[in-house]
Design a protein around this ligand. Structure first.
Ligand code: NAD
Length: 505
């Protein structure tokens, strides 16, 4: 992780990845490992150690020691480390993007998009001297002043998912570091390489050793972070069952927790939508990143007469998507993350057919020439889906999308609110009143109006409700600064100065 050159030059499938502890690459003593595969080829590209409890202790002790010094660094200086890191991420932009595609499968264009989001959060956090400013009130009583300062708390941890290997931990990490905490990232064991590369750049930017730790592992390491007395707070992004259990464990252990879970997102199309523009926009939402994004639309609700014109365009556009290796510039959609994911997604489509749905574009059994062992599922569209079917209610997390017919906007809103999840929903319409009614009424965290991926910029919170989010303060922006700091209040009174005497007499 140190030195120049991408980590790709130093990793091999035969040697487990090292942890980054106290600024050093420390080989793990773990006996259990997990293979990282390139989803486009099925080939093993790295091996992740499932770190031991002693390694968790060592990592947290080093992070705590680093925190005690880092918190003394003035905010303006901490910001300068972020400026240097920003430059290094820009200089390594293409390497980072390729790495992300190699480990996750998404197209190079999609990887570039997520590295840009990573950069934007570094930019936002570099404003920390003003973001972390406190508050002051003079004369709260005669001779008394009161100040509120925002202080770091210690070591925070991040438990990351596979689907945005670069971006997701950086919804949190820049703010944790900028506010003077130290940060431990447990990357997804399915896609840990982008975080190792970013950690290498953090060291190159001159951040003190130990302020950023990379600790590899799976469930056990995640659970250990939620229980460890040295950890002040946990940021989790992943599936809902794990988000729920991480939130419960971290809270029961007295830690701060913000846990983003799964999703089932709706795209509602009214008859007055500009149909060509709507379909072109919703493609990125339904099939972008092979449907493996928490903001992916997967229930398309066509209201009234929107159904036929929408279906006709959707089928034509879906059939035109080129499935392939994300590194190939001609590819429109890459593979899914694993063989297990491929089987799960196909299982959902089979199940929907058995429940009475019709598969109108069928991606099951898709193949890609020259890539016989890739994890392929082609873009898939179903119709005749009703809201009681499993595929309409559960998160599929893949490129299988339901076209559902409803009579009114209110029926669509009711279906959205009956969902277990509350991550994102979008409306496509030309009617300002309908758009406003939708945006204000739906009980959803991230709402799009003629926008299929309502992904908040770094200076807004990444929202989410119901089973899509457990906690109160979200990732990104001002919410993140609050999550990683605590308010301290100082009330001050000095002896009063009296006319005619020096105050110190
Ligand atoms: P996952 O829940 O399987 O794993 C996420 C992380 O949790 C991994 O690092 C894993 O090792 C760890 N983990 C697993 N069990 C654990 C436990 N008991 N305690 C602590 N840690 C544990 O999720 P995934 O398959 O990697 O990611 C896909 C999911 O993430 C989807 O459901 C998707 O919707 C969700 N996601 C949500 C958002 C959001 O903003 N809401 C963003 C991205 C992804």
């Amino acid at each position: 992780m140190s030195g120049n050159g991408s980590i790709l030059e130093s990793i091999s499938p035969d040697t487990p990845l090292a942890n980054l502890i106290g600024g050093e690459e420390v080989p793990s003593q773990a006996t259990e490992t997990v293979a990282v595969t390139n989803p486009a080829t099925g080939a093993t590209i790295a091996t992740v150690p499932l770190s031991t409890p002693a390694e968790v202790d060592a990592a947290l002790a080093a992070a705590q020691a680093a925190y005690l010094e880092w918190r003394k660094v003035p905010a303006v200086n901490r910001a300068r480390y972020l400026f240097r890191l920003h430059r290094l991420i820009e200089e390594n932009f293409e390497d980072l993007s390729r790495l992300c595609t190699l480990e996750n499968g998404k197209t190079l264009e999609e990887s570039r998009g997520e590295v840009i989001r990573t950069l934007e959060n570094v930019e936002m956090a570099a404003g920390i001297p003003s973001l972390q400013m406190g508050d002051f009130a003079a004369d709260i009583a005669a001779g008394f002043d009161e100040t509120m300062i925002r202080e770091p708390l210690g070591v925070f941890a991040q438990i990351a998912p596979f689907n945005f290997p670069s971006m997701v931990p950086w919804w949190f990490a820049p703010y944790a570091l900028a506010t003077g905490n130290s940060y431990v990232i447990k990357p997804s064991p399915q896609a840990p390489l982008s975080q190792m590369e970013l950690a290498r750049l953090v060291l190159e930017a001159g951040f003190p050793p130990g302020v950023l730790t990379i600790l590899h592992g799976g469930t056990e390491v995640g659970e250990a972070l939620c229980a460890h007395p040295q950890v002040q707070g946990v940021s989790f992004v992943g599936s809902t069952p794990v988000a729920r259990s991480v939130y419960a464990a971290a809270s029961a252990n007295g830690k701060r927790a913000q846990c983003q879970g799964g999703a089932k997102n709706f795209l509602v199309v009214l008859p007055d939508a500009v149909m060509d523009a709507a379909v072109s926009n919703m493609m990125g939402s339904i099939f972008g990143c092979a449907g493996e994004r928490c903001l992916a639309g997967s229930n398309i609700i066509a209201v009234g007469e929107a159904y036929e014109p929408l279906k006709e365009r959707l089928v034509a556009t879906t059939e035109a998507i080129a499935l392939g290796d994300g590194l190939d510039p001609a590819t429109g959609m890459g593979p899914v993350i694993s063989r297990e994911a491929q089987e799960r997604i196909v299982g959902y489509v089979d199940g929907a057919e058995a429940e009475g749905a019709t598969v109108i574009v069928d991606g099951r059994g898709a193949t890609v020439e020259g890539h016989p062992d890739g994890y392929w599922v082609g873009p898939t569209l179903l119709e005749g889906v009703t809201m009681d079917m499993k595929i309409a209610r559960e998160e599929v997390f893949g490129p299988a999308v339901n076209l559902i017919r409803m009579d009114t906007l209110y029926e669509a809103i009711a279906a959205i609110e009956a969902s277990e999840f509350g991550n994102a929903a979008s409306i496509y319409t030309s009617h300002g009143g309908a758009a406003r009614e939708f945006a204000q009424r739906v009980d959803i965290g991230n709402v799009g109006v003629n926008v299929g991926v309502a992904a908040p910029m770094a200076f807004f919170p990444f929202s989410g409700r119901r089973a899509s989010f457990f906690g109160d303060l979200h990732g990104q922006g001002g919410n993140a600064v609050q999550f990683f700091t605590d308010a301290k209040v100082v009330i001050t009174r000095w002896p009063e100065c009296t006319d005619g005497r020096e105050p110190w007499d």
